[in-house]
Design a protein around this ligand. Structure first.
Ligand code: ATP
Ligand code: MG
Length: 231
């Protein structure tokens, strides 16, 4: 379970987040939506322990999140704008490196499986430096899940992916969802969001303006709510 308690973030006297209280139950898949600059990525970074709040705190499974806490890090898979990949290393080398950090079992087998899952098997020994944007994103996705995290944090995960890769990603998210992984996803793509998320949080100017469940998978309804609330 993730709980944010009165999260506030101020940078250079500018309020980025204002009293963010979110409770995410184990196994929920939540889409965080809102315009550019609303504070979505900032929330994810604070939950993931990559940024400190100015006030308030985050609890993950009743443990307070602090930067560089390995116990918390092992629980979280974070796909950010930055891929966290090493350009001079291949997919196999990158995943092996991160897998070792997290003490993953049967790593050699797992690395090959994950690479195959995102369709990069023909490039598994090529340096990432030569990869297209979509190929990097495919690899970044499996890097985030190499240690089977129980919480998955995805910041605009469909960015740069072609149709096939978007489908692979959605299937992967649905598989994780079946395994009761807690998923927080930020996206601007409402059609992709509706494929996997059941609950939505709308943000505007650093505050939560709506939090609702939508089980009918109706993208038109989601768009209507978004436009009505966010404009
Ligand atoms: N390091 C920083 N220094 C100053 N301002 C920052 C910093 N990081 C974020 N901000 C500001 O915080 C606000 C929220 O940024 P954030 O990246 O969380 O928005 P977002 O909702 O993810 O937007 P987008 O949809 O464009 O990704 C923005 O106004 C941004 O300018
Ligand atoms: Mg962002």
């Amino acid at each position: 379970m993730i709980k944010t308690v009165t999260l506030n973030k101020t940078i250079a006297e500018k309020t980025i987040l204002n009293d963010i209280n979110i409770t995410v139950n184990q196994g929920e898949t939540i889409g965080i939506l809102g315009p550019n600059g609303a504070g979505k990525s900032t929330i994810l970074k604070i939950i993931g322990g990559l940024m400190k709040p100015s006030f308030g705190h985050v609890m993950i499974d009743n443990i307070p999140v602090k930067e560089n806490n390995l116990e918390i890090k092992k629980k979280i898979g974070f796909l950010a704008h930055n891929s966290y990949l090493y350009e001079h290393l291949s997919p196999v080398e990158n995943l092996t490196f991160f897998g070792k950090l997290y003490q993953v079992n049967q790593l050699e087998y797992k690395v090959k499986e994950l690479i195959r899952e995102v369709g990069l098997q023909f490039f598994m020994n090529e340096p990432v430096r030569s990869f297209s944007r979509g190929m990097i994103q495919r690899l970044a996705i499996v890097r985030a899940i190499v240690h089977d995290p129980s919480i998955l944090i995805l910041d605009e995960p469909h960015t740069g992916l072609d149709q096939q890769a978007s489908r692979i990603l959605n299937e992967l998210i649905l598989k994780k969802k079946e395994q009761k992984t807690t998923i927080l996803m930020v996206t601007h793509d409402l059609a992709q969001a509706i494929e996997t998320c059941d609950r939505f949080i709308l943000m505007k100017k650093g505050v939560i303006i709506d939090d609702f469940v939508l089980e009918n998978k109706n993208v038109h309804q989601l768009k209507e709510i978004y436009l009505r609330q966010v404009g």
